[in-house]
Design a protein around this ligand. Structure first.
Ligand SMILES: [Fe+2]
Length: 356
């Protein structure tokens, strides 16, 4: 299958090449509630002064989840690390970019604040120091059929929030798919790993990875899905093994949080996954065992389908992608149809048929 649109595609000479996903930023009206959910989910509190909540995993990032106190809940955007200070200089000259600013959060560093063509904030950051890693449970030794690892030993992982190691990826829904995809490939060097396409060859979902040359990197750090309005689809965090995903799920259910989809194993990216809604309905994914690609792996193009989102487990529920019926969504739909060259009724009907 072939794409019939220019994007997503590698850029031959990107402005910079992002080296890591640093953090996600949310606005929330209740930081205590946000913190309670995220602790059950497996993140650790760095600080919460009532105006700003910073959370981290056990990995070296000093924080990976930023919550700002605000009246309205909203996904604000994300932070991407770049490899050189000169990258910040170049990015600060792009239209709408901020000057280079000092970051006052733990680990310091500097940033340039940008806005992508869909309106999401993107902080390019450089020089943030690592924090000492926190201990995490080691992967469980499995009794494989050919090489048992335990004799006279049981499997008893602790029943507690799973150790979140790090922020893995962010998945965005877009109206202006072509312009937004082009922005990330041009300015941060993202490479499409796999694309799900509609029958007419236009992209429905692209899974994009960082360009780290011959260093293996996650199959996707950013996923971009065509819809009629910009929104967060989900945010995803890496756990140590499948038992951590399973125990995390049992614990989230016991604590009364709302399940969204799982457990299953994705097809594109191969992660074992489980999704949980946060108190504002934003999906948070636990995952382990994702694919790692180097830059030379070619882009795969596949027919879009709900069934093609997982190899086993529950097929992706329609609720996973279906917008909530609300006046603001009706307004967004009308706006998307009027304003975005990538949105039309035929495409939305096809998306509904394949995913709805
Ligand atoms: Fe995901």
């Amino acid at each position: 299958m072939q794409l019939t649109t220019p994007q997503p595609a590698r850029h031959p000479n990107p402005t910079t090449k992002a080296s890591a996903l640093a953090y996600a930023i949310f606005d929330r009206p209740d930081l205590k509630k946000a913190e309670a959910y995220l602790i059950d989910f497996g993140l650790r509190t760095v600080s919460n002064d009532g105006q700003l909540l910073l959370m981290r995993g056990t990995g070296p990032a000093p924080y990976c989840y930023v919550v700002q106190k605000a009246d309205k809940p909203r996904f604000v955007g994300l932070g991407l690390e770049v490899e050189n200070r000169a990258d910040l200089d170049v990015l600060s000259k792009l239209a709408g970019a901020s000057a280079i600013e000092t970051i006052t959060w733990p680990g310091g560093g500097e940033r340039v604040r940008l806005t992508d063509p869909s309106g999401f904030r993107v902080d390019a950051i450089f020089g943030r120091s690592s924090a000492p890693e926190l201990p995490h449970r080691l992967p469980l030794p499995l009794n494989s059929v050919d090489a048992p690892a335990r004799v006279n030993g049981t499997q008893r992982p602790p029943f507690a929030p799973p150790d979140v190691i790090r922020l893995g990826h962010v998945a965005l829904e877009l109206a202006d798919y072509q312009a937004t995809s082009a922005w990330y490939t041009q300015h941060f060097g993202f490479i499409p790993s796999d694309v799900q396409a509609l029958p007419d060859g236009s992209p429905a979902v692209a899974f994009m990875r960082l360009d780290r040359g011959d260093r293996p990197t996650d199959h996707h750090t950013l996923a971009l899905a065509q819809t009629f309005a910009p929104a967060l689809n989900h945010i995803s965090f890496e756990l140590v093994d499948p038992d951590a995903v399973g125990i995390g799920g049992r614990l989230m259910r016991d604590r009364g949080w709302k399940h969204a989809w799982g457990i299953g194993r994705h097809l594109l990216g191969s992660q074992i996954f489980d999704y949980w809604d946060d108190p504002w309905g934003d999906k948070h994914e636990h995952y382990c065992d994702g694919d790692l690609f180097t830059a030379d792996q070619p882009t795969g193009v596949h027919p879009a389908s709900r069934a093609g989102m997982a190899q086993w487990g529950q097929v992706m529920p329609a609720s996973f992608t279906r917008p909530k019926p609300s006046l603001s969504n009706v307004r967004a739909l009308i706006h998307g149809l009027r304003a975005s060259p990538d949105v039309n009724l035929n495409k939305l009907r096809t998306l509904m048929r394949l995913f709805g």
